[in-house]
Design a protein around this ligand. Structure first.
Ligand code: C2O
Ligand code: CU
Ligand code: CU
Length: 500
């Protein structure tokens, strides 16, 4: 019993949005003209691609609030270099990535390269850097030679405004290529995001209950577009790099229509030892997926299937502020008749042992074990401000504490392997994300993955617990772990880790 009543909630008084949103999604959709360039029903356009050469990629990114085309209409969103999403950065292991970030926003921002195994210090992947309005910062990321291939991404990480800035349009994809990739006819980057826009195209801020739940935007976008048409050729094999850049939304993907099929060959970090069926993988916020898609002539849809991620206070909010619970079309698929048969790429590539497997830590000696507890509980009862979130309504804590920039929560020895058991006390799932060092999933509520599984965002189910192993290697320094429901992170569900 989880009716979609967010629209009702938005038009209700008391949430502060009633005067600007009338009818929500329906209204925005009615105002868009199908078929016109960039409008729903027009062809999918991917973000601009910037590719490294000679071991380097130098990029200038300007973050600014501007009028961008979103869902086929001018919207006042944030964006990198005038686009939503920002440019796709294509790298190889061993590359040096240099990014000049120019902050033209009215707010402090910074940059995080999510999932990259690079130093968190200095002008590396340092989330403690603050770039004021009008200021700029040069970041430098040196990828190790054995950096795992995969789909990664970048987004701001200034505590307190991460969800707001991401939701407003600041994100882009990073692809680390294999040395010897499987041959495909075409590769695409598909960034999924959501946003809520008012009638005049401004990004709407969520209410406090929506923040507590984790905001879900009314519009679900693929590369910044609403239900674009993905045109392909029958008989082709494509590789789709999918990023869940939504602030809070969980989903899985499904391909409807005759004949076309997709399997997952990579998740977050590196490649999977054996491909997995598309339906088996849930993308929590921050997760990525690398797909091989075999297309056959006909039409169909790429669907986002909702995932039950729990409710605040066991549904006491009456479902007024709840996650999406109906299927949404991300794109329409138009697969034309292919060229003559026989031109297709070698189709057995995907089953060849892939490069990019990380060493299995299941039989490794564990140097240290820790337990962490993510908790969402009624706030304001404990006295003082222990773990008390803004608004005083619910506390979002890890080990009973909200984020403190100056406190070091976990001190680890560089070069060791640790086992972390992460519990979740409360009624909602929390996707746990660790920067810099990937996590191998050992156990999820008593279930053990058959194949080694490496992720950088691991969902911790409501009331459940997950055990991961982490090799703290290559880079020392201080960084963070947090819930990747970014509203929860901003409300304090984050801790710091120092490796030295
Ligand atoms: Cu995708 Cu700490 O973030
Ligand atoms: Cu990250
Ligand atoms: Cu959370």
């Amino acid at each position: 019993m989880r009716p979609v009543t967010r629209r009702t909630a938005l038009t209700m008084g008391g949430l502060g949005l009633a005067t600007t949103v009338i009818g929500g999604t329906g209204l925005w959709r009615d105002l868009t003209t199908p078929g016109a360039p960039g409008r729903p029903g027009s062809e999918l356009v991917e973000p601009e691609v910037m590719t490294s050469s000679g071991g380097r990629l130098e990029v200038s990114l300007q973050a600014r609030l501007d009028t961008h085309e979103v869902a086929g209409r001018p919207a006042r969103t944030m964006g990198y270099n005038g686009g939503v999403p920002g440019p796709t950065l294509r790298l190889r292991p061993g590359d040096l990535l240099r990014i000049d970030l120019d902050n033209q926003l009215d707010h402090v921002t910074n940059l995080h390269v999510h999932g990259l195994h690079v130093s968190p210090e200095g002008n590396g992947d340092n989330v403690f850097v603050e770039i004021g309005p009008g200021e700029s910062q040069q970041y430098e990321y040196q990828l190790p030679k054995d950096h795992p291939p995969g789909v990664y991404w970048y987004h701001p990480h200034h505590h307190g405004s991460v969800a707001d800035q991401l939701f407003a349009g600041l994100y882009g994809a990073i692809v680390v290529q294999e040395h010897d990739p499987p041959s495909v006819d075409r590769e695409r980057v598909l960034v999924v995001s959501d946003i809520t826009l008012s009638q005049d195209g401004a990004v709407l801020s969520p209410s406090m209950p929506e923040r507590m739940m984790g905001r879900e935007g009314e519009l679900l976008l693929l590369d910044g577009q609403l239900e674009p048409v993905l045109k392909a050729r029958g008989g082709d094999r494509e590789r789709w790099r999918v990023v869940n850049a939504c602030s809070s939304r969980f989903f899985s993907l499904r391909l409807s229509g005759e004949g076309s099929s997709a399997r997952v060959v990579g998740r977050d970090v590196g490649r999977l030892p054996t491909p997995v069926a598309l339906e088996e993988v849930v993308l929590a916020p921050g997760n990525r997926m690398d797909l091989l898609v075999d297309l056959s002539e006909g039409t169909g849809e790429l669907l986002a299937v909702p995932v039950d991620r729990g409710q605040m206070m066991g549904g006491m909010m009456g479902g007024a502020v709840g996650p999406e619970d109906s299927e949404r079309a991300l794109a329409r698929l138009e697969v034309a008749q292919g060229a003559q048969s026989g031109t297709a790429v070698a189709k057995d590539d995907a089953t060849r042992g892939p490069e990019g497997l990380l060493p299995d830590l299941r039989d490794t000696q564990v140097d240290r074990r820790r337990e962490l507890t993510m908790e969402m509980s009624m706030g304001g009862m404990m006295g003082g401000n222990r773990g008390r979130g803004p608004g005083g309504m619910m506390d979002l804590t890890i080990d009973g504490r909200t984020f403190d920039h100056d406190r070091t929560d976990q001190q680890v020895r560089l070069g060791t392997v640790e086992e972390w058991s992460i519990g979740n006390v409360g009624p909602m799932d929390h996707p746990f994300h660790l920067h810099v060092w990937p996590m191998q999933v050992i156990d999820v509520d008593g279930q053990r993955p058959a194949d080694p599984l490496w992720l950088d965002v691991v969902n911790i189910p409501a009331g459940g617990s997950v055990t991961v192993r982490i090799r703290f290697a290559d880079f020392g320094g201080r960084t963070v772990y947090h819930c990747h429901i970014l509203d929860h992170e901003d409300l304090g569900m984050m801790g710091t880790v120092l490796a030295e």
